[in-house]
Design a protein. Structure first.
Length: 175
């Protein structure tokens, strides 16, 4: 007996959309467990608060449109304000909105867009320039996975069941 997954179009966008959908579903399971009454909790004074870390995980999916539609991100030209949810439902809604926008953006990209360079800078200081494909895989996707891993530790430290992420967790033995 063989199992099959949904067929993907033969392009980079389709593969990345499938990855975003998988990672977003896992992120959603984590974010749904972040209790509003613990939003201000931190494991250490140098750490992000529970809500800041959770919001960061949710917001990073929203980096897809600016990565794919713009040639650069210049911090000197923006006034960044982190999302501050009042409830866990607000947090999950923010994630869902960003994921939907990311997928819609990628549906409208052809493979050539991924080979265009993208630059992160702060005025004259350039942090990096690399093809958008690399930005999406490293700076967006790997970054999400990194912070979601931290979020799972925050859950554990607060005795909140950690969901299955890439395999069974100590709290959820089944995938």
């Amino acid at each position: 007996m063989s199992t099959s997954s949904p067929a993907l179009s033969n392009n980079f966008s389709s593969a990345l959309i499938a990855e975003i959908e998988q990672e977003a579903a896992t992120a959603r399971k984590c974010l749904e467990r972040v209790p509003a009454e613990k939003f201000d909790w931190k494991p250490h004074e140098k750490s992000m608060s529970f809500v800041r870390l959770a919001s960061h995980v949710a917001e990073m999916f929203g980096w897809t449109p600016s990565t794919m539609q713009d040639a650069e991100l210049d911090f000197s030209k923006m006034d960044y304000k982190p999302f501050e949810p009042a409830t866990t439902a607000d947090l999950v809604e923010f994630l869902d909105k960003n994921v939907a926008e990311a997928i819609e953006t990628l549906r409208n990209c052809d493979d050539s867009a991924f080979m265009e360079n993208w630059t992160m800078r702060n005025g004259e200081q350039v942090y990096f320039t690399m093809p958008k494909a690399v930005v999406m895989r490293s700076f967006v996707m790997n970054h999400i996975v990194h912070h979601r891993g931290q979020l799972s530790v925050y859950l554990r430290m607060n005795d909140i069941p950690v969901p299955s992420i890439y395999g069974p967790s100590a709290d959820e033995g089944q995938m």
